[in-house]
Design a protein around this ligand. Structure first.
Ligand code: DQA
Length: 151
């Protein structure tokens, strides 16, 4: 049986639905729909299927990670927004799922307020890409696909 393309879930957390309008001096003018469209096109190029889920709700993000275990998804590209800095529960979900993930941020957290300097996800991630605007997602997807274990 020939396996289908690998599946990547792009998970975006709170307020990322406002991309393009929200604090454009920090996050830029590109909308989330545009970011996702670019990732889908890049996915085609890399031979993976890209799915996307955005939620403003912590529990919904956790539920989506649990669904990803069952589906199964092969890896996740995660911008957890502010939950990056607060959510032990999302960290536990990602660790529990045991799926490889790359953490991405539009902004360079090291240049921002001290409360953004800690990520509760970073040490569980394959790696972190931050500070490059929408390009962070594209670089993150390339890295994730390159590092997926062979099957
Ligand atoms: C962000 C950085 C977070 O600190 C912030 O809460 C966000 C977006 C980023 O992509 O730069 O919502 O994850």
């Amino acid at each position: 049986v020939k396996a289908g393309p690998r599946r990547i879930l792009v998970l975006n957390g709170p307020n990322l639905n406002l991309l393009g309008q929200r604090e454009p001096e920090i996050y830029g003018r590109t909308t989330l729909a545009e970011v996702v469209a670019r990732l889908e096109a890049l996915g085609d190029e890399l031979g993976v299927a890209v799915e996307h889920h955005q939620s403003n709700h912590e529990g919904e993000l956790i539920d989506r990670v649990h669904e990803a275990m069952a589906e199964p998804v092969d890896g996740l590209l995660v911008n957890a927004g502010a939950y990056t800095h607060t959510s032990i529960a999302l960290r536990d979900a990602l660790l529990g799922a045991g799926l490889p993930f790359v953490e991405v941020h539009l902004s360079n957290l090291a240049r921002r307020e001290p409360f953004r300097h800690q990520s509760l996800l970073a040490d569980a991630a394959l790696g972190v890409v931050q500070g490059f605007g929408p390009l962070s997602y594209e670089l993150g997807l390339r890295a994730l696909v390159a590092l997926l274990p062979p099957r």
